[in-house]
Design a protein around this ligand. Structure first.
Ligand code: ZN
Length: 456
């Protein structure tokens, strides 16, 4: 029996080797690509889209609940010292306030907005595990299940990454306000991971990663045990070296800097997705690049929290891999975060050529490492048999309309905002079209009710 193929025509579609113009794509009933060519297929109905299709972006680092407070911690009292650590207190307050229904509503809104801005897959770095008193839910992975449900409602793919969070700081017992995060032992964490795996197995749009929060939040021996005893075929995520105080505490406690310690104590390779890596020496930067690990960079949040600037110039020169994440979700536009990555380097080097071909390298490397961070997606996007996940930029936007093929990708990266998208497709179907998410009304109304009850 022949299957039904749905055909699209784009003004252009970005392949790993460059633009295909025009780009004809045929997808089967489950949303996988069965036809991709610049030749028009004969005698079939084709939906013509006057736009340029890029692969959907992967958001490699998300704490969904923090979306409830994005933009709400920007009033700085005169004379106060507002930094990462004071922001963290506000974040703990938010974390202690949310029940499962609220988390699901906030996450669905966040994921719908991610889709509107061009993300089609999110890695949810999830540590809000327990109830408000710190007791486990009867379903150990209740909160993870809510995040997977929120992703389904929104139509985004999710890699659920349950996080092992054990300590209040290097060598310190957890504080009461961290009670919702805590697994006391490696075994306790693996129970949580097993239950999360069951949920993921029941949901086609979900996959699993595993994680320790950071060197400060898990005992060093338990970090090693978690990695060694953990699954061998899924990505491993953790935070490292986001803050200067974290580096100095790590030096005091472990006698090494965070990334240095990881490189010396774990078999760091391309299964590792290390979030931030803001504060590294040149040696650490080069060794991390050579290891094949993926640095997960979150420039919007890192800027907002005053973390510092990742040394991307050196890292890229040594063939380092990186992806992007929106972390606290203060910014959600992938192009804005990619521009931040490049411009932060330009600010500090006083040069414009961070990379030889900025747009192409920034986008392609981000996509490839982003897909790896999700754990399941093959490296080559837009190929026969792959799911068709794309964000489409409006070819009528003035600066895209006038760009020739050589300048098209830089014009998209450096000039477009979210208003320049025509829509986002996941598994071959429009989830967002003309800025409108099909379930926007329901998702928005649940979100507003949830945050109203929060009164942060
Ligand atoms: Zn984070």
């Amino acid at each position: 029996m022949s299957q039904t193929i749905k055909y699209y025509q784009f003004k252009g579609i970005l392949l790993s080797e460059g633009w295909l113009t025009p780009g004809f794509v045929g997808v089967d009933e489950v949303g996988n690509i069965q036809y991709i060519s610049d030749v028009r297929p004969e005698s079939v109905a084709i939906e013509a889209v006057h736009g340029y299709a890029l692969p959907g972006f992967q958001n490699a680092h998300s704490h969904a609940f923090q979306y409830a407070m994005a933009g709400m911690a920007e009033k700085h009292a005169a004379g106060s010292k507002d930094d990462f650590w004071s922001w963290r207190e506000a974040m703990y307050h938010c974390a202690l306030s949310l029940d499962p229904d609220q988390v699901e509503a906030v996450a669905a809104m966040l994921y719908a907005e991610m889709l509107r801005k061009g993300y089609t897959h999110v890695a949810e770095f999830h540590y809000l595990h327990h109830d408000k008193n710190g007791q486990t839910y009867s379903n150990l992975a209740e909160m993870g299940e809510r995040l997977v449900a929120a992703a389904k409602t929104a139509g985004i793919k999710i890699t659920l990454i349950p996080v092992f969070y054990q300590k209040g700081g290097f060598g310190q017992e957890p504080q009461p306000r961290q009670r919702r995060f805590i697994s006391s032992t490696v075994d306790e964490y693996f129970h949580l991971l097993d239950d999360s795996a069951t949920i993921v197995a029941d949901n086609a749009h979900a996959t699993l990663g595993f994680s320790v929060h950071s060197l400060r939040a898990v005992d060093a021996r338990d970090i090693v045990s978690t990695f060694e005893q953990g699954p061998k075929n899924i990505p491993f995520h953790l935070h490292a070296a986001e803050q200067l105080k974290e580096v100095s505490d790590c030096l005091a406690h472990l006698k090494q800097r965070p990334v240095e310690w990881l490189l010396n104590n774990l078999p760091v390779d391309d299964r590792f997705h290390i979030v931030h890596c803001t504060h590294m020496t040149d040696d650490e930067t080069i060794e991390l690049a050579k290891s094949g690990a993926n640095a997960v960079l979150c420039p919007g949040t890192e800027g907002n929290l005053g973390d510092g600037i990742f040394n991307l110039t050196t890292f890229a020169r040594h063939e380092g891999s990186w992806s992007i994440g929106t972390d606290s979700h203060i910014s959600l536009n992938p192009l804005e975060d990619l521009r931040w990555l490049d411009y932060a380097q330009r600010f500090t080097t006083h040069k414009r050529n961070t990379f030889d071909d900025g747009a192409s390298i920034l986008i392609q490397k981000t996509l490839l490492a982003g897909r790896k961070a999700m754990g399941t997606i093959p490296a080559n996007y837009f190929a026969i048999g792959n799911s068709f996940d794309a964000v489409v930029y409006n070819a009528k936007a003035p600066l895209l309309a006038q760009a020739d093929i050589n300048h098209l990708l830089p014009a998209i990266l450096y000039t477009s905002d979210s208003g320049d998208t025509l829509g986002t497709l996941v598994q071959g179907k429009w989830i967002v079209k003309n800025q409108h998410h099909a379930r926007a009304e329901r998702i928005t109304s649940s979100f507003l009710q949830a945050v109203k009850r929060l009164a942060l």
